[in-house]
Design a protein around this ligand. Sequence first.
Ligand SMILES: [Fe+2]
Length: 136
Amino acid sequence: MAFMTWDERLCVGIDVIDEDHKRLVDLVNELHRSITSQAGAEVSVAIFDRLADATRFHFAREEALLDETGYEDTAEHKRGHHDLILQIQDLKAKFRHNVLTAPPALIMDFLKDWLTEHILISDKKYVSHLSTRHPG
Ligand SMILES: [Fe+2]
């Protein structure tokens, strides 16, 4: 069974955003598999890189949509994105240099929790705004 499963609860109903979120869930699962199967630090760091890239890409897409449609809390949303990117980069660097300050299982729980909270708390706030202004 996958470490993190996609279900309707995580669906925001805007196709491009949902597809990005599914990709992030897939990458979290891939990272989890590489860590639990002890595939080696190089493999995990490469997946971390892809997760960081996909996260930046997704955040940029969200921010552009919010800017284009005049979302009133865009500044707060961007601050949340910025903090998350810094945390992922920090984790990636620690992973790369093998200086993690927490066990890998806790790191994975952190990644799962931030992605879930990003979708359920942060993104759900803008859904009603965006769904009336963006065709999907
Ligand atoms: Fe999002």
